[in-house]
Every structure is written in C-alpha cells, then in structure tokens.
Design a protein around this ligand. Structure first.
Ligand SMILES: [Zn+2]
Length: 445
C-alpha cells in the first residue's frame, strides 16, 4: 500500500455554489483529510479515518482549519517589488511604476530569482494556484512555469502582448527576438501548455497597448489552441475607458473590441469590469466568460466600486483576485475582506460562503479545473492550507469573547479571518501533498 498521510483538524470546503444550493459546504469539527501520492483520498470524521488508515502518518492540526488552497485569478508576477507605491491612478501607475519595473525583467537571471520569490509569497499567503501575467519578455513566462513545475503547482500564465502605446523597451517588436509577440506566444504554448500542471494564457495586456492587428492575431492563436486561456483587462478605470474609446472610435463599446478579435470565450478571464454596461454584462454571460473582481486594487488605485450583485443578476461567473501590484497585498484573505466592504458600500451583504466560493471552488469551476483543485473531492490534487483562526492577537480576543457566548462557530471563525486576518494566520501550505510553507511561529507537525 502507498504511504498515507492523515491531517487532523477542522475540515472545511465548499461543495456547491451558495447562490444555488442551501447546503453548499462540508464542515467537520474534528475531521481528517487523507492524502496519498499527492492526491486526496477522502476526508471525514477523524475517528473513522484513523480507524480506516491505522498505518497513516498523522499530522495533528487540531484547533486549526484545514481548507482548500486559495486561487488568485488575476495577478502580475513582475510587480511584486512595487507593492504599495504612492498615489497614482491606473494610467499614471502604469507609466510611473509598472513599465519601469517590468524593464528589469529583460535580465533572465533576475526573472528567475523573482519568480521564486513570487511563488513563495503566494504560498505564505495561502494561495496555491494563480492566473498570472508575466512581462513582454518571453523568458519571464518560462521563469514562472519552471518554478511552478518544481513545486508541482497549478500555474496559468502567459507572456504579455504589447505592440503600441508603451515604452519602446517593452514593445514586442523590440523585445522579442522574432520581433513578433504572437510567434513567441505560440512557441511558449507548444513548450509549456499542459506540461505538468501548467496552462498557457494568451495575454494581451489590454486594448490600449495592442494594435487591432495584434488583438486579432491573439484571437487566431486561441482558435489554433482552443484549450488555452485568455486573460486581459476590461473597464477598470474611467480615463482608461476614454482612452480606449478614442483609440477605437468605431467600436460600440470596450467589450466589442475583444469580441471582434475573437478574444471573448468561456476561457477568457477579464480583470476588473468595474464600469460595464448592462449590454456588456449580458454578452459576457452569454459567452460564459469569467470576471476577476479585484477589490483591493480597485480601492488602492481609486478605480471604483465593482457591483457584484449586478454580475450575479446577469449570471456572470465572478472570481476574486489580488491584482498585485495594483492590489497592495498578496493576501486573498484581505481581498475577501475588501470585497465585503466594497459590496456593502453598494448595499450588498456578501455572505461568508459566497466569498469563499469565489476564491476556491467557484474559481476552479469557472476555469474548468474542479477535478484538480478548489475542494476536497477524492482524486483532486492535495492543494490545501492550514489556518489558525486566532493567530492575530485581536482575533484571539474576539475568539475568546465569542466562545463565551457559544458563538465561536465556523462561520464566525471564517469571517474573522477575512475581516482581520492576514498571512500570520496561514500556518502551512501544501501543494500536491508536499508542504511548501510553514509559519515559523507554528509548531512543526
Ligand atoms: Zn491587472
């Protein structure tokens, strides 16, 4: 028999969408997750699992929550060193901070080093899979795929496509050896797409920085490789939308530009979507495209308030993301807390269940990767995290207060983590059954 690991703790995972079903999660107060060969065998009450697998190696995380790792659906790998820069809205932010910092990734050794830092920062924050933008330099996507492969991590990523309205030093025509970003993307797809847990995402940054020709070629590339993903930005900020309108005067709206280019599909992830019209929402829902809501970024760059209730009403698949470094944190817990605030400002009380759904199972389902990640279904990869709900001192005080009132239940624990938790609460992160991060303040189990 293969070696079996048994992780004891409070087991929590989503089983359905809280918008569709009354029973949408599994919670076992004294539970166990059983893992073998990097995959989940099953989960259940600790006593039963221990009886069934008496030879298993026991990891005792009693008093902590064991849940699926979080999925960050929109993040910029090369921006990890410009987290928290002062005072700029989107277009100035790009010109003042993003583009100059991405220039440094021309150096492939630097890119490899930063890719390692990037995934380790994700692990420290409890993120076990992501959909990431590299830079225009093709080797930056390779840095990400290489480091993800080493950890057997699910990495969806692509080299950014830009052939206009960006500094010369970041244009495909100047940066790519072939002078053609599409050709380089095709080469990367052939080399990396579906190699291990890697998937390629065709990545035109946004309509401003690609010519109509490049957008159309990106659409054709997706047709050539229909199981690749597409990621881009849509309707994030008012001056961006004005710029897009002046660059594409014949388009009826922003989404139309991507539609004409063949870039709107059920495998397209649109970042932001703060200012969509009803008609754009309707067309996104019809195409089954995915919207990545990045509330921390929308607040930090002063972009605006995305209305999740409108997305839900239109039946759009919305998932959550950091958008580092427009988002000034890698923590999906903080993203969840910000989503709660941003939605409440618009009179929508986002439930704990819906919030978690949009960072775990809901994201996996949207991406078609639910057999691999996002819950604890048997056979999926053992990508999970261990969370201490009282690791932050004020959360410990809150826990003691709620315990006295006999209200220290899983919902209150999870909401506390979103409202006031951060990477201090992440005690361990496992990818495909391997521990890739342990919090130093946690006993090594
Ligand atoms: Zn972004």
């Amino acid at each position: 028999m293969n070696p079996v690991d048994l992780y004891r703790g409070e087991i929590f995972y989503l089983t359905d969408s809280p918008l569709d079903k009354e029973t949408f999660y599994t919670y076992i107060a004294d539970g166990a997750l059983v893992v073998s060969e990097g995959h989940i065998l099953e989960s259940g009450p600790y006593s039963g699992m221990w009886q069934k697998y008496p030879q298993a190696f026991l990891h005792d995380y009693s008093g902590m929550i064991i849940m699926p790792g979080m999925i960050d659906a929109h993040i910029h790998f090369p921006q990890l060193n410009i987290v928290g820069m002062y005072g700029k809205k989107l277009l100035d932010w790009l010109n003042n901070y993003t583009f100059p910092s991405e220039k440094d990734f021309n150096d492939s050794a630097y890119s490899d080093y930063m890719a390692e830092q990037f995934v380790n920062t994700l692990f420290r924050n409890g993120t076990t899979a992501c959909v990431a933008y590299a830079t225009v330099h093709p080797h930056t996507a390779e840095s990400l795929f290489r480091v993800a492969s080493r950890y057997n991590m699910a990495m969806l990523a692509g080299k950014v496509l830009m052939d206009t309205n960006a500094p010369d030093y970041l244009l495909d025509t100047n940066v790519c050896k072939s002078k053609d970003g599409i050709e380089e993307s095709r080469r990367l797809i052939c080399k990396w797409h579906k190699r291990g847990r890697n998937r390629y995402a065709i990545t035109p940054r946004f309509a401003v920085t690609s010519t109509p020709h490049q957008l159309a070629e990106a659409g054709k590339l997706h047709q050539e490789f229909p199981d690749t993903f597409i990621q881009t930005h849509l309707s994030e900020n008012r001056s961006e939308i004005d710029t897009v309108r002046s660059l594409f005067p014949k388009s009826k709206d922003y989404l139309d530009i991507y539609e004409r280019s063949g870039l709107v599909s059920e495998r397209t992830i649109f970042g932001h979507c703060v200012y969509l019209s009803d008609d754009e929402r309707k067309r996104i829902a019809e195409a089954k495209a995915i919207v990545a809501h990045c509330p921390v970024s929308n607040s930090f760059l002063g972009s605006g308030l995305m209305n999740l209730e409108q997305m839900n009403r239109a039946n759009i698949q919305t998932v959550f993301a950091t958008d580092v470094a427009g988002g000034n944190t890698f923590s999906m817990l903080k993203v969840m807390g910000e989503a709660y605030k941003v939605q409440l400002l618009q009179n929508y009380s986002l439930s704990v269940g819906e919030t978690l759904y949009r960072a775990t199972l809901g994201t996996a389902l949207s991406l078609g990767l639910e057999k691999e990640m996002g819950s604890f279904v048997p056979g999926s990869f053992a990508d999970f995290i261990v969370i201490a709900p009282e690791a932050v001192p004020e959360l410990a005080l809150r826990g003691a207060y709620l315990s006295e009132k006999e209200e220290w239940n899983i919902e209150n624990k999870l909401f506390g983590l979103m409202a006031s938790g951060d990477d201090r609460c992440i005690q361990a992160t496992y990818i495909a059954g391997n521990k890739v991060y342990t919090n130093n303040s946690c006993l090594n189990r």
